[in-house]
Design a protein around this ligand. Structure first.
Ligand code: HEM
Length: 576
């Protein structure tokens, strides 16, 4: 028997539907109005600054690099591949825009003066810590923190980046690059040339260098004996797979990884879960051996693994030890040691590997540059027997050789200018500030004319350090800024290259800690390659027009850093 008549029930439900619908519509209306008001306010703030476009995504968080090949379109503010195009379109070195999510006024900066202000005032222009969640999978670390924690990490690690350690980096680079050559020579087809997958080999090269120089893990090129340590996934594949899958790691919820064992989930989920589990175990093994080593009192007279030693010493500081009072102020927890070690392993090999890939592709495309490099290295090592290998190189050689490799260094810098591994960095603005900007145009004779002005950047907005655009700024680099021309990095009596317009390693207190490390390993490796081999484009590109070869060989996409996509070249040994 019905206690409530059907009609009454229907009317009741209709009322509920109507009420809910009304609430939803009101909520949507209120949100839209709020959004419009906040966007309007944000556009008011950037009013008067050239640009004024709406940017949909945060320019630095994981969604921006993932969508980069498709969105925003070429020429619009925020497009990764447009280099300087948007600045040219609006005739200004600083552009204003509004980020849709959060309605944040966003200032894009490619002005050397404006960028100097940002780099030198890091209490105003902060680090976008959340943007670095990708490197924080094991916890807080130097790249992804601010304030006291950052200072503590930096103080602990810095002494390991002195010139004596860079000499050690040079030594290990010499050893490992020579071992790589032995392997390449075995693969020579008909004794003539071998096609090299650069992304694979350069990643291996720089990973071995940082593992040796910073962590004391001395694996040889073909020696995988230290790799396994009894874990199912060996060290090198664990590192390379984890690095390759950093973005999926951050975008996938942890509970899904936990189910990877039991459910038929896509391969990438399982692969990612495994690589991070095993990488953690390998890192803990390395840290534990260092703990035993340091606790055994071995650390003082050894440069080897200085970075790891410093991290571990700061972790072992005990309250009762009088002499470690200073150390106590910089004490690191177990998690901080692990997370910083992982960050150094990552920051210390991926960037260098990718920049080596781009440099070697450029050399294959520009034989005249290669020839100049060869001549410079031949002056340093006239005969093949003069070229150092891992046994013969002395630490003292680092400074002398580096000083004599001016052109090789210029080639490396020019490659970093065109393909900066870290193309842009976002910086939240804490207090009101002003940035120098330049408006420019080309006069009737084709000369650049510019005037300086100031842009107000209020607290709560976002400043983008647009490194890839700065590097293409014609006001600093000339009209041929898009050309590959290493000579622009060679000082002459009448020309000094514009230091402020080169930010591949950033600048100021938060500049790259491994800059000299990167120069030592890269210049050393490039000099050895140029002295021993002639590089040419891979077989499938032979005979194609130069522009086509260039387009294919130099293709890239942004993820954590710029990743080369088709980097492979042919190596042919030189006999003189
Ligand atoms: C070609 C190679 C490299 C390039 C282009 C490069 C570039 C950069 C850039 C642009 C930053 C600043 C990021 C930001 O402001 O958000 C940075 C930070 C950093 N880099 Fe590098 N890097 C390279 C190699 C290395 C190496 C070899 C190491 C260590 C062995 C290293 C360790 C670091 C660290 C620890 C930071 C954080 C510094 C801080 O926040 O105080 N980098 N790097």
């Amino acid at each position: 028997m019905d206690f409530i008549p059907n009609d009454a029930l229907t009317t009741g439900w209709n009322t509920v539907y109507l009420f809910t619908g009304g609430v939803v519509i009101l909520w949507a209306l209120q949100s839209s109005v709020q959004k419009l008001v906040s966007l309007h306010r944000a556009f008011k703030i950037v009013e008067g600054v050239p640009g004024g476009e709406l940017v949909w995504f945060h320019p630095f968080r994981s969604s921006a690099p993932v969508l980069a090949p498709y969105f925003p379109p070429q020429g619009r503010i925020g497009n990764y591949y447009s280099h300087y195009q948007a600045y040219k379109k609006y005739g200004s070195t600083v552009l204003g825009s509004v980020k849709f999510w959060g309605a944040v006024p966003t200032f894009w900066v490619s002005d050397p003066e404006g960028l100097k202000t940002i780099s030198n005032n890091r209490t105003v222009f902060r680090r976008d810590v959340e943007g670095y969640e990708v490197v924080s999978v094991y916890g807080p670390n130097m790249v992804a923190t601010e304030g006291e924690a950052w200072k503590r990490y930096r103080t602990v690690a810095k002494p390991a980046f002195n010139e004596a350690n860079n000499a050690l980096v040079w030594h290990h680079a010499t050893r490992i690059v020579n071992e790589w050559f032995e392997d390449l020579n075995k693969q020579l087809r008909g004794g003539k040339s071998v096609q090299v997958d650069l992304l694979k080999d350069c990643t291996e090269l720089t990973l071995l260098i940082i593992s040796s120089a910073a962590f004391g893990k001395h694996n040889g090129w073909s020696d995988h004996s230290g790799d396994d340590s009894g874990h199912r996934l060996p060290f090198r594949p664990a590192v390379t797979t984890a690095v390759k899958n950093l973005v999926p790691k951050v975008l996938t919820p942890n509970w899904l990884f936990a189910l990877a064992e039991y459910l038929p989930l896509p391969k990438i989920i399982k692969e990612t879960a495994d690589s991070f589990v095993f990488l953690r175990l390998h890192m803990l093994d390395i840290i534990n051996s260092a703990r035993e080593w340091v606790a055994g009192g071995h650390e003082d007279n050894s440069l080897d693994a200085a970075l790891l030693q410093n991290l571990v010493k700061a972790n072992l500081a005990q309250l009762e030890q009088e002499e470690t009072k200073e150390l106590l102020k910089r004490r690191l927890t177990d998690q901080e040691v692990l997370s910083n070690a992982f960050m150094f392993l990552l920051a210390g090999h991926e960037t260098s590997a990718h920049s080596l890939c781009f440099t070697l592709c450029l050399l294959a495309l520009y034989p005249e540059v290669q020839e100049k490099m060869y001549q410079e290295t031949k002056r340093l090592w006239p005969n093949l027997s003069d070229i150092p290998n891992g046994d013969t190189v002395g630490a003292s050689k680092f400074k002398d050789d580096m000083a004599n490799l001016e052109y090789v260094t210029a080639v490396f810098r020019e490659s970093l200018r065109i393909f900066p591994p870290v193309p842009r960095v976002a910086s939240p603005v804490k207090t009101d500030a002003k940035l120098t900007s330049r408006r420019f145009h080309e006069d009737s004779r084709g000369n650049m004319q510019s005037t300086t002005s100031e842009v107000n950047v209020p607290a709560g907005s976002l400043a983008v350090i647009d490194i890839i655009a700065l590097h293409m700024n014609p006001l600093c680099w000339g009209k041929d800024a898009e050309e590959f021309r290493p000579e622009r990095f060679v000082d002459t009596p009448t020309y000094t290259w514009p230091r402020d317009a080169f930010l591949a390693f950033s600048a100021g207190p938060r500049a790259c800690m491994g800059e000299r490390f990167a120069y030592a390993e890269s210049v050393c490796s490039l000099a050895h390659i140029a002295r021993r081999y002639k590089l040419s484009v891979p077989e499938h590109l032979v005979g194609k027009p130069f522009a086509e070869q260039k387009r294919i060989l130099l293709q890239w996409a942004p993820t954590l850093t710029l990743v080369p996509h088709n980097a492979s070249v042919c190596f042919s040994p030189r006999n003189d």
